[in-house]
Design a protein around this ligand. Structure first.
Ligand SMILES: C[S@@+](CC[C@H](N)C(=O)[O-])C[C@H]1O[C@@H](n2cnc3c(N)ncnc32)[C@H](O)[C@@H]1O
Length: 321
């Protein structure tokens, strides 16, 4: 229970946050509406006392706490209510989340609730399903919307591999960009069912665009053995991943050279690999690799609404083979 003084302090902070978010919304929403972009970030923890992110999802607000916790803290509903008042969003469209950060990835994709409610949102000429209640992540990483566009622009006539494909959004862009084929790989059945829905919504046929349920390294080994090759790939792994027994078997900081080496086994000469991570403090190690070009493209892939002083939401590289 909050005492009177705490309540008052949080109410004051809520007003501060609401003012900040209102200004930001005014600045961003017309431009994004023109581009048919329904999902964008309104606030990203830049007031030190308010460690939360606020995202706009087509008239809904997702208010997520940064700090690692088992449950929503008492101050988060006060922030949610203040922002909702500021933007005239009804209470049933405010979604509060405790965001499990740090080395908690075993838990990251666990369910928070079971509403199974999805809504459709637009991103340019695509429609994607998002679930604003049930998981830490909603199904759409909108910090990569410009990276997706880049992939679309590079995809014509290429065979595209989407590793850790999650809900298949990169594959939708590649297919729409004229990729000859796409292969989307994820070990999660839930993610692949969602990806199938997204591909259906965007009229991408199943033929030529398979969804493969597999661990990444196992898929790469099978593809190599079968002589399957690609000339465009997106590799956007989680920072950590654990096997079925809960043992951490992948740590991006330690294991990315091994992962990239395995991806290279299925890439054709002249191919392009887009590699991304949101692991903070990541150092890319490319010793021993013979890429014809390797360039960090983060400055181009982070959209305006995700640019903030205190952190870099993701980092991204373009590696030419
Ligand atoms: C960071 S997300 C990938 C985001 C995706 N690239 C996008 O832009 O939407 C993590 C995904 O990786 C999948 N994943 C985690 N470990 C995996 C593994 N070892 N092999 C295959 N998929 C894995 C999870 O199921 C989840 O869907």
């Amino acid at each position: 229970m909050l005492d009177g003084r705490q309540q008052e302090r949080f109410e004051r902070q809520g007003e501060m946050l609401a003012n900040r978010v209102k200004k930001r919304f005014k600045h961003l929403h017309k431009r994004f509406a023109r581009e048919d972009i329904d999902v964008f970030r309104l606030y990203d923890g830049d007031i030190p006392e308010i460690r939360a992110a606020v995202d706009w999802y087509a008239g809904h607000l997702v208010v997520a706490e940064y700090v690692r916790r088992q449950s929503v803290p008492e101050w988060l509903p006060i922030m949610g209510a203040a922002v909702a008042r500021g933007l005239a969003v009804p209470a049933d469209k405010v979604h509060l989340k405790n965001r499990q950060t740090g080395k908690q990835d075993g838990k990251r994709y666990e369910r928070l609730a079971r509403t199974d409610q999805k809504i459709a949102v637009k991103e340019r000429d695509f429609t994607f399903q998002v679930n604003l209640n049930d998981y830490v992540d909603t199904g759409l990483f909108s910090d990569h919307r410009n990276t997706r566009q880049m992939v679309r622009d590079m995809a014509a006539g290429r065979d595209f591999l989407n590793l850790y494909c999650y809900t298949g959004t990169f594959s939708c862009y590649a297919a729409r960009g004229g990729a000859r084929t796409t292969v989307s790989v994820d070990r999660s059945r839930t993610a692949l069912d969602w990806a199938r829905q997204n591909m259906g919504l965007n009229a991408i046929p199943e033929e030529g665009h398979p969804l493969v349920q597999s661990g990444t390294l196992a898929y790469l080994e099978d593809a190599r053995a079968a002589g399957r090759t690609f000339d465009l790939a997106v590799v956007d792994p989680p920072s950590y991943s654990s096997d079925r027994a809960g043992n951490r078997d992948f740590d991006i900081a330690r294991d990315h050279p091994r992962l990239l080496a395995a991806v290279l086994q299925v890439m054709r000469p002249g191919g392009t690999l887009i590699f991304s991570t949101n692991h903070q403090g990541f150092e890319l190690r490319l010793e021993g690799f013979a890429f014809s070009q390797a360039a960090e493209i983060t400055a181009r892939t982070i959209p305006e609404d995700y640019r903030c002083k205190h952190k870099t939401i993701h980092r991204c590289w373009r590696l030419e083979i």
